[in-house]
Design a protein around this ligand. Structure first.
Ligand code: 13P
Length: 337
């Protein structure tokens, strides 16, 4: 269990009390200005949240934004570990998240006590940990990585140094294949949404759309990645479909990113990769879906839920996050919404 304290906000107004005629976008705009707040949103958020955000990005770009902002308040529309990252990097800011229950299956798969035992059993290994984990697991790690920098960071580790990679075994295996590193030990975690895609149904879809290119997130299992023309983080997938010629793209990641793809390349067609039943709605992340415009408004109004971390934990988690930022190279431009 995370040591993060989420302040619930005493006497907080709740969704059920909201006036149904309230113009939420206008009310959020007013509060954003009054509070000097910045709204950050991941590509997996509902389109209406992406549209009202100041910045939409992948995990790395959003971390950079959270570290660099001069706003007083950061409202992080994503999942809880992303709010924690913002607080670790910007401790003097108030960090609000619309729904304190928005978790992550990868984070859940890697509890700090189990991770510590694993680390202790491999004392000569460097621990590279995917950002989709709790602050406690970050604090026990050497370097944090995201899907956009994992390969580049592994390449910076001397080849003779063995690596522990947690918690996503598919991302770890992808990086292993790309770098040819045999000395990487993988934690057995997976993302529930990327596990939903069906290789069989994807092959059938490709037969029906022979000109379509397949763009996949590295959290997908290897048989899905083997069908892909391109593999990358959410921002990399967005860049790929924007710059690549072709009218049709099959997208193997959480489908809300298609909102940005349609905005960036309105003439192109984007099809979600299918699940085992051949349908394309299997990969909606239930955690990301907890956030709504109503909850975003209430977070700004109530100043809650707010992320608060014990200072000693925050400091320990900051070291591997800082290493990640130092080893990630120059920032790609973060997309304004
Ligand atoms: P990126 O945003 O780095 O592509 O990662 C996606 C993800 O796992 C969000 O939880």
């Amino acid at each position: 269990m995370t040591e993060t304290i989420i302040l619930p906000g005493a006497g907080a107004r709740v969704e059920a009390d909201l006036d149904p005629t309230l113009d939420l976008e206008a009310a959020i705009d007013q509060l954003r200005e009054r509070r000097n707040a910045v709204i950050l949103a991941h590509y997996y958020q509902d389109g209406e949240i992406q549209d009202i955000a100041d910045f939409v990005g992948d995990s790395l770009d959003l971390s950079r934004k959270a570290a660099a902002t001069d706003a007083d308040v950061i409202v992080f529309c994503g999942v809880r570990f992303m709010g924690e990252v913002a607080k670790i990097l910007s401790p003097d800011k108030t960090v609000l998240i619309p729904d304190a229950e928005a978790g992550c299956s990868l984070e859940d798969s890697c509890q700090a006590a189990d991770f510590k035992r694993w680390r202790d059993g491999h004392p000569d290994h460097v621990a590279l940990t995917y950002i989709n984990c709790s602050a406690e697991v970050k604090a026990l790690s050497d370097i944090i990585v995201t899907s956009s920098n994992a390969e580049a960071i592994v390449r910076q580790i001397p080849e003779t140094r063995p690596i522990l990679f947690a918690p996503d075994r598919h991302l770890g295996a992808f990086v292993k294949r790309r770098t040819g590193r045999d000395n990487m030990v993988l934690w057995p975690g997976t993302c529930i949404i990327h596990e939903q895609f069906s290789e069989r149904e994807l092959v059938k879809l490709k037969v029906r759309h022979p000109a379509a290119r397949v763009a996949a997130h590295p959290e997908c299992p290897e048989p899905i990645l083997a069908q892909a023309d391109y593999v990358g983080s959410t921002r990399m997938l967005l860049d790929y479909v924007t710059r690549t010629e072709g009218d049709e793209f099959i997208i193997a990641t959480e489908p809300h990113i298609i909102h940005q793809m349609q905005r960036a390349a309105p003439g192109k067609t984007f099809i979600s990769a299918p699940g085992a039943d051949g349908r394309c709605d299997c990969a909606n992340c239930p955690h990301m879906a907890r956030n709504t415009l109503e909850k975003l408004y209430l977070a700004l109004l109530n100043d809650a839920p707010a992320v608060v971390l014990p200072e000693e934990l925050r400091r320990r988690a900051l070291t591997p996050l800082r290493r990640m930022l130092e080893m990630s190279g120059p920032a790609a431009s973060t997309r304004a919404a």
